[in-house]
Ligand binder design. Structure first.
Ligand code: GDP
Ligand code: PGA
Ligand code: MN
Length: 614
């Protein structure tokens, strides 16, 4: 494949002559965007090692990347964003369906023709002075029965380098698109910072004005003004969740914000669990758990996004459509998440908004128990442990290839994925939600998902720590009406064998004890909760039926050797009906926002809960 085509892109004939493809749909797309955004050059991304080296060299030259020289971080780089471009921007994220009703109350909606007009304005000349990169990518397996392709056009080399870690990209994907003459999601990204002749670039170009726009019906993505992961790596949240959720509704599957974990018991029986937690609520940590109980083995398949399809035998099958981690760095350490640290230590990573150590490595809060004596913080200032501000941004990220994980399950490579045995829903709740509860049945489990709630985190702009409902941890990612989405969950199970539906659990690692601190030790000790879950699947663990579902009896949860007081354990696992009476008021208010589109079966679950906690 011809790698870079240096040309001032002009008419379609010139672009086509220099392109490494004769796929007409792709040529038309590239030509249209080149003519709109007027870049200086077009670079067709082949995904090769040499190309990655060339791009990262250029990014170092431009000051966007700092090459790490510490042997602890081989072939790795640090990036520092503009301080105003550090997280997903939910207020600037739009679902532009034809009908406002189809975007639902959880999304920002703008009429598609009005939005198209706005976008053609902001994208007009947006890539002037820059290179336009064309990235063919596939979410999920290239060998899948129905591979899900995309082509991201971006003017950010940082995005290209990150996409190479996060997704399967490049020449092989392009060949497959050509071979199948396949549909691909057109995804256009610009940092929104055109360069005038002679104008010097900044290390992290971006624009105060941001648009993260999805057209679910035509399956298009347009992102403007931000270079941050979730806003700019368009295969991730924009495609694999927002657009894919709309595809999934139409095609009878589920696109979810979940990890996939394989657990093997001491008896050698294996199970697959998925878990939906809102951003920065523990997905990556759970996905990479290092079991603390003798004889238990955990392997991971994915840490953020799961696509679930009803399989041929009536089971639910799950795959991870991604190829890398874009994990929250702070809190990830050798003592909390050694598997993530081991994957990171193999190198080939891009760190964003972490602190730099004096020996050319990176550091973030929680990496080690004691901070180094001196650092350069994410804003470039000299930092010591006495400094008032954290050294790394709370939403600092590591971007690391998933195949560097020692505990990666072989099934990660299987195009048809794994059979799901259990689904966990969870969030950050200081009160009310106990450590673990099992739903009575599938519909009750959907109620758990529909009413899932969490205190907000730094993963998105806005206040941290305010309680919000986050259905299935998908609040910012449902690409259509939230009530229709819940209805789809109810309906999709009719495709499956009722005997083979995954069991559903509600978990909360974050409940506070009476002393105000988090009662449950969490992290690797969550193994103990997973053990109870597996034993429930096997029918061997004891449980008590409470108004909200089945919880472990005090003896059923294996806490042997765990540092926890009796009080803390009680605070973690107890169902307090008075808290649930308050919760009901909040759920009522939440459900009232759905209007007509809330499925009756979910409303019925609420009424049952009401009568049980009365
Ligand atoms: P993700 O964004 O959902 O993948 O969340 P992460 O796994 O990256 O975790 C986000 C934050 O929650 C990090 O600061 C973690 O240290 C913290 N965290 C994760 N799991 C636990 C847990 O079991 N207990 C506690 N207390 N904190 C956790
Ligand atoms: P996460 O999402 O916080 O769920 O890992 C990444 C993002 O912010 O785009
Ligand atoms: Mn994560």
């Amino acid at each position: 494949m011809v790698n870079t085509v240096a040309t001032a892109p002009g008419d379609s004939a010139t672009i086509a002559a220099e392109a490494p493809t004769d796929n007409q749909k792709l040529l038309d797309f590239v030509t249209e965007i080149a003519q709109l955004t007027t870049p200086d050059r077009i670079h067709w991304v082949d995904g090769s090692e040499q190309e990655y080296t060339q791009l990262t060299d250029e990014l170092v030259e431009a000051g966007t990347l700092t090459r790490l020289t510490s042997p602890d971080f081989p072939n790795s780089f640090a990036a520092f964003s503009d301080p105003a471009d550090v997280a997903r921007v939910e207020s600037r994220t739009f679902i532009c369906s034809e009908q406002e009703r189809d975007a639902g109350f959880t999304n920002n909606w703008v009429d598609p023709s009005e939005m198209r007009q706005t976008l053609s304005g902001v994208f007009d000349g947006a890539m002037r002075g820059r290179t336009m990169y064309v990235i063919p990518f596939v979410m999920g397996h290239l060998e899948a029965e129905d591979p899900k392709f995309g082509v991201e056009i971006t003017d950010s080399a940082y995005v290209v380098a990150s996409m190479r870690i996060m997704a399967r990209i490049g020449a092989d994907v392009l060949r497959k698109i050509e071979e199948l003459d396949a549909f691909f999601v057109p995804a256009v990204h610009s940092v929104g910072a055109p360069l005038e002749p002679g104008q010097e670039d900044v290390p992290w170009p971006c624009n105060e004005e941001k648009y993260i726009v999805h057209f679910p019906e035509t399956r298009e993505i347009w992102s403007y003004g931000s270079g941050y992961g979730g806003n700019a790596l368009l295969g991730k949240k924009c495609y694999a969740l927002r657009i894919a959720s709309a595809m999934a509704r139409d095609e009878g599957w589920l696109a979810e914000h979940m990890v996939i974990l394989k657990l093997t018991s001491p008896q050698g029986r294996s199970y697959h669990l998925s878990a939906a937690f809102p951003s920065a609520c523990g997905k990556t940590n759970l996905a990479l758990i290092d079991p603390t109980l003798e004889g238990w083995k955990a392997e991971t398949l994915g840490d953020d996004i799961t696509w679930i399809r009803p399989g041929k035998d009536g089971e639910f099958r799950a795959i991870n459509p991604e190829a890398g981690y874009f994990g929250v760095a702070p809190g990830t350490g050798w003592h909390t998440n050694a598997n993530a640290m081991r994957a990171i230590a193999k190198g080939n990573s891009i760190f964003t908004n972490c602190a730099l150590t004096d020996d050319g490595g990176v550091w973030w809060e929680g990496m080690t128990e004691e901070p180094p004596a001196h650092l350069t913080d994410w804003k470039g200032n000299s930092w010591t442990p006495d400094s008032a501000e954290p050294a790394a941004h709370p939403n600092a990220r590591f971007c690391t290839p998933i195949d560097q994980t020692d505990m990666l399950a072989d099934e990660y490579f299987a195009p048809d994925g794994v059979k799901l045995d259990a689904i966990l829903f969870g969030g950050r709740r200081k009160t009310t939600v106990p450590l673990v509860t099992q739903a009575r049945d599938w519909n009750h489990g959907i109620f758990y998902g529909a009413t899932l709630s969490s205190e907000t985190t730094a993963a998105a702009e806005g206040a941290v720590g305010t309680l919000r409902r986050d259905p299935m941890a998908m609040l910012p990612f449902i690409g259509y009406d939230a009530g229709d989405y819940l209805k789809h969950w109810v309906e999709v199970s009719s495709e499956a064998d009722p005997e083979k539906l995954p069991a559903i659990f509600l978990v909360n690692w974050f409940r506070r004890g009476r002393d105000g601190t988090i009662a449950w030790p969490g992290f690797a000790e969550n193994t103990r909760v997973l053990k109870w879950i597996i034993e429930r699947l096997e029918g061997t663990a004891e449980a008590v039926e409470t108004p909200i579902g089945f919880t472990p009896t005090p003896d059923a949860l294996d806490v042997e050797g765990l540092e926890i007081t009796q009080e803390e354990l009680e605070d973690a696992i107890t169902v307090r009906p008075e808290e649930w009476r308050t919760e009901l008021e909040d759920i009522d208010a939440w459900f009232s926002r759905f209007g007509e589109s809330l499925p009756q079966s979910i409303q019925d679950e609420l009424e049952e809960l009401r009568s049980r906690v009365a």
